[in-house]
Design a protein around this ligand. Structure first.
Ligand SMILES: Nc1ncnc2c1ncn2[C@@H]1O[C@H](COP(=O)(O)OP(=O)(O)O)[C@@H](O)[C@H]1O
Ligand SMILES: CC(C)(COP(=O)(O)O)[C@@H](O)C(=O)NCCC(=O)O
Ligand SMILES: [Mn+2]
Length: 914
């Protein structure tokens, strides 16, 4: 017998490794809007001389040509609606005075695979979709795009090119020969919905269904604030900080939308709001006046100029009036602007004599301060503490946000807080989109939305900025162009260093770069994936305080370190990815494009870590996997995983025999040691990749085992042992169900986690192996686990019977054709569930519904590996016992987190926290 556990004598080194009334209310919203029925009726009275058509927010059905199908004598006959499109349109517009904002939906391609493993799980855990309304929106993505209103034709071309005017079909699958549906109705808000209605009908054949602009702004803001995790943030003195909004404590708030003009809306609830004020001095004023005074050709150019400006040459400061002194009695510093543009009166100069940079900055400050001040006064009027600013005037521009924040802070003496929204300009468009009630967007919860930042789109040249390019080749050729333009793209976003005087003055922004990011790339808005099957892991002790990331990358040193780790790993990853696709020229081109795309993401985040929301290491590791998938590398480590599985399965029988010969206590210890030792097979760690080039799988495994002397760096084994085996002759009841979050393929799962699962099974505990839904590095996936188990079961009765009981062997073993053996009372089942993610880390706020269902009866969680147990969840607390097992394969992490060294191990046992 091969001495796998303790004895390095093994000579086998070459092991292989949805009848029927269309609602036209003809009403106009004026002033106060109340959510009560009474209020609603009042509101519904059409205002004199207002021919505005406003649809109801119920599904619109086209009943023209409706006919009864079949026998009209029968009860409830089927009614055919020949002109009703299969689905309500998936596009909504907000056509403003300056910009057109477009939100559109694309369905996920392909249907989820319902394999036998999933079917048997559904049966076992009673997972149904019954409690969810099945809306067409489910399982799709929301994209955010904007165009200049003056270039409405670009917008029409874009809609046409993506066939977004073709009803509810998936644009990609719309047959090229088919014509756009003549009856398509598109929700639209903003003045342009009236102004351009004929143009849309003419060019695209679509009718614009007008939605009230204020209704939409509020609906959009409420949705974002409730459903998107890192939507709102404060911005003070250059520091961006995300604010966690408590959904139950959101109202009331003041919404200030700074578009061409400014609207101030007191929001008291969903559909409950009042437009309390506004100002005509807004974004249009800045851009319009700026254009006249500086001869700038674009808004961005004007904003960019401001970064290099000094407003003191234009503005009259308190110091200018008071001979350089503060007017401290009323709290004004010498640098406080006493009168915007005031200095120009006394000077005998023409506009050309002033620097455009200075003019732009004076204008920006004048308008931002003014809006900040009026906002504060309205907040004060209604006793509101929170002010959310939206609209594209803000444009994610640090100095604009700082100026508004400063004004609110200064005038409210710190009592009111200015907050900004990442989707700032899309509130109206999103609200219009939400008025398609059939989409069911308002039913989605924060955990069912996943935001992703695909490459390609944000940086597409020209003026159309949008979602990912449809075609991979388009994207790659763009990536190639990117090489020449790369430096522009990664140019720093200007940040304002701390510079307030404290007395109401505000220094000139220090310029840190002279180009603004290309428009859309500065939006900090990704594509929203709607995934209704995600759930919050039910065993989290307190989801509200749960923070998946152990390492917070807001520390710059930490950020730099992890960026270098990921950059250095890139060439090896690209090699594996290209090889996994056969090393073809196409694969090489994609590999190259992937490397550029990921490097560009890293460069972007290095300059602005909060660009995509709050950043932690887990987000970075996931971004890498997403980026690989974007360039169609579906499983870069496919062959490595196979080889390692085969090699490990070949020695499993020997290992099990050896374990079976041990007394209980030693066996349990050896099992945990086995998990820790086998966790060395990690292709995500630089140090480990170096090791693999030096030895065979089994050599490395043996070496790793030999180093497993206790005490481990974190060693709660004795506590775990006591819970498992008892003490003083007292035998504790076995766990009912254990969830084992497995990590890597090969030795990790085969020689580490499976033997541990087997031990639990033989003690009467049901075991659920929780694996990734999508590949990430060499992590084993839920699709792959059943075959591994089937292979392992060939030599092990415990595993075989448990796998049969768990319905796992239906594919692998022909003698079991149905689930008849499910729930066999004496045999605890071995099951496999997918975790809902495709990353080496796991955010337990967003897991698959099958994992959430399996978790309900679990009383033990075992998290394995660095990604799942260290980078994420190291500090997570659960409602049941939890065992965290990992080998730390990174020196810095071992030092910082554990005051230890690389290859140190963690065996952390935490009894249920409630
Ligand atoms: N690329 C841009 N072109 C024109 N204006 C822009 C651009 N980016 C930001 N802005 C600013 O955004 C304002 C328009 O904001 P937006 O929220 O779209 O309002 P509206 O619905 O009135 O068009 C403009 O007046 C200008 O100040
Ligand atoms: C990507 C990983 C989290 C995967 O680890 P695992 O969960 O497989 O144990 C880990 O390999 C890692 O943190 N790598 C980067 C650190 C390094 O290369 O040292
Ligand atoms: Mn892993």
């Amino acid at each position: 017998m091969a001495g796998l556990v303790g004895n390095p004598v093994l000579g086998n080194d070459d092991l292989k490794g949805e009848v029927v009334v269309a609602i036209n209310e003809g009403r106009k919203f004026e002033g106060t809007r109340s959510g009560t029925e009474e209020g609603r009726e009042k509101d519904m009275a059409p205002a004199a001389g207002s021919p505005i058509h406003r649809s109801g927010s119920r599904p619109q059905l086209d009943v023209s040509g409706a006919a009864i199908q079949g026998n009209s004598e029968e009860r409830d006959p089927t009614i055919l609606l020949p002109n009703q499109s299969d689905d309500i349109s998936h596009l909504a517009l907000d056509i403003g005075g300056s910009l057109i904002k477009l939100v559109y939906f694309s369905r996920h391609e392909g249907k989820p695979i319902e394999d036998k493993r999933k079917l048997s799980l559904k049966q076992r855990f009673g997972i149904t979709n019954g409690n969810r309304r099945s809306y067409p929106i489910l399982g799709g993505r929301l994209h955010f795009v904007k165009f200049e209103t003056s270039k409405v034709n670009e917008c029409l071309d874009f809609i046409k090119s993506k066939q977004l005017h073709c009803g509810g079909m998936n644009p990609r699958r719309w047959p090229s020969h088919s014509l756009p549906n003549e009856n398509v109705v598109v929700k639209a808000t903003g003045g342009g919905a009236y102004k351009f209605a004929d143009l849309f009908k003419e060019r695209l054949g679509v009718s614009l269904d007008k939605e009230d602009e204020m209704d939409c702004l509020v609906a959009g803001a409420n949705f974002l604030l409730k459903a998107i995790r890192h939507e709102a943030f404060t911005h003070m003195e250059g520091q961006k900080e995300f604010v966690q909004i408590d959904q139950n404590d959101l109202f009331p708030y003041l919404l200030v939308n700074i578009g061409s003009g400014v609207s101030m809306i007191k929001v008291d609830g969903d559909g409950k709001f009042q437009r309390v004020s506004g100002t005509n001095v807004g974004g249009g004023t800045y851009w319009g006046l700026g254009k006249l005074l500086t001869k700038c050709n674009s808004f961005d150019e004007l904003l960019e100029l401001s970064q290099r400006g000094d407003n003191r040459t234009i503005d009259m400061l308190v110091g200018d009036i008071y001979g350089g002194m503060d007017y401290s009695k009323i709290g004004l510093s010498a640098s406080t602007i006493a009168s915007s543009f005031g200095k120009t009166i006394s000077e005998d100069k023409e506009v050309e004599d002033y620097k455009p940079e200075d003019i732009s900055l004076s204008l920006l400050r004048m308008i931002s301060y003014n809006i900040g001040q009026i906002s504060y006064l309205n907040a004060l009027r209604f006793g509101l503490k929170r002010i959310f600013f939206g609209g594209f005037f803000i444009r994610g521009h640090a100095y604009t946000m700082d100026t508004i924040s400063f004004a609110v802070h200064f005038w409210s003496k710190g009592n009111a807080k200015a907050m900004f929204l990442r989707h700032e300009g899309f509130l109206g468009a999103l609200g219009a989109f939400m008025s398609y009630e059939k989409h069911g967007l308002d039913d989605l919860m924060v955990h069912q939305l996943v935001e992703r930042f695909p490459m390609g789109a944000p940086y597409v040249g020209g003026k159309i900025h949008g979602p990912p390019l449809g075609d991979l080749n388009e994207k790659i050729s763009w990536m190639e162009k990117f090489v020449q333009k790369g430096t522009e793209i990664t140019a720093p976003v200007p940040m304002t260093p701390p510079g307030t005087t404290g007395l109401g003055g505000f220094e000139v922004p220090l310029s840190r770069g002279d180009t603004l990011r290309p428009d859309a790339s500065n939006l900090n808005v990704g594509v929203l994936h709607l995934v209704p099957t995600l759930d919050v892991f039910p065993l989290l002790a307190d989801p509200k305080i749960y923070e998946p990331n152990t390492i917070d990358l807001s520390d710059h040193g930490e950020l730099e370190y992890w960026f270098s780790v990921l950059s250095e790993h890139l060439p090896d990853l690209v090699d594996k990815a290209v090889a996994s696709e056969g090393g073809t020229d196409d694969a090489k081109r994609r590999g190259d494009a992937f490397a550029r795309a990921f490097s560009a993401h890293l460069a972007r985040l290095m300059e602005e870590p909060a660009a995509y929301g709050k950043l932690g290491l887990a987000n970075l590791l996931e971004l890498r996997e997403e980026c690989l998938r974007e360039f169609q590398f579906t499983d870069a480590y496919r062959s490595i995983k196979q080889r390692e599985n085969e090699a490990s399965l070949a020695v499993l029988a020997d290992l099990l025999m050896e374990l079976d010969s041990m007394p209980e206590e030693a066996r349990l210890c050896s099992l945990i040691e086995g998990v820790l030792a086998a966790n060395i097979f990690d292709w995500g760690s630089r140090a480990c990749v170096d090791l693999y080039h030096k030895g065979t799988i089994i050599e490395i495994y043996r070496m790793s085992r030999k180093k497993m002397q206790r005490p481990w760096r974190v060693d709660d084994f004795d506590m775990f042992k006591e819970r498992m085996l008892g003490s003083d002759g007292r035998k504790p009841p076995p766990y009912r169900r254990a969830l084992l979050f497995v990590d890597n393929s090969g030795a990790d799962i085969v020689l580490g986690m499976l033997p541990l699962a087997r031990e639990l099974l033989r003690r009467g505990t049901e075991v659920v192996l929780v694996a990734n839904s999508l590949p990430a590095l060499n992590d084993v996936t839920a699709m792959e686990v059943p075959d591994i188990v089937a292979e392992a079961a060939k030599n092990c009765d415990i595993l075989r019977r448990a796998a049969e009981a768990g319905g796992l062997l239906v594919d692998a073993m022909i003698n079991i054709q149905d689930g008849s053996k499910l729930d066999s009372p004496s045999v605890p089942a071995l099951m496999v569930v997918e975790n809902g993610c495709g990353s080496p880390c796991i955010d337990l706020r967003q897991v698959s519904s099958e994992l959430a269902a399996a978790a309900k009866d679990a009383d033990l969680i075992i998290l394995e590996g660095m990604g799942r147990a260290i980078h994420t969840n190291f500090n997570a607390r659960f409602k049941c016992d939890a065992l965290k097992l990992a080998m730390v394969k990174n020196q810095r992490l071992a030092e910082n987190l554990l005051k230890g060294n690389i290859y140190d191990c963690v065996c952390r046992f935490e009894p249920s926290s409630i």
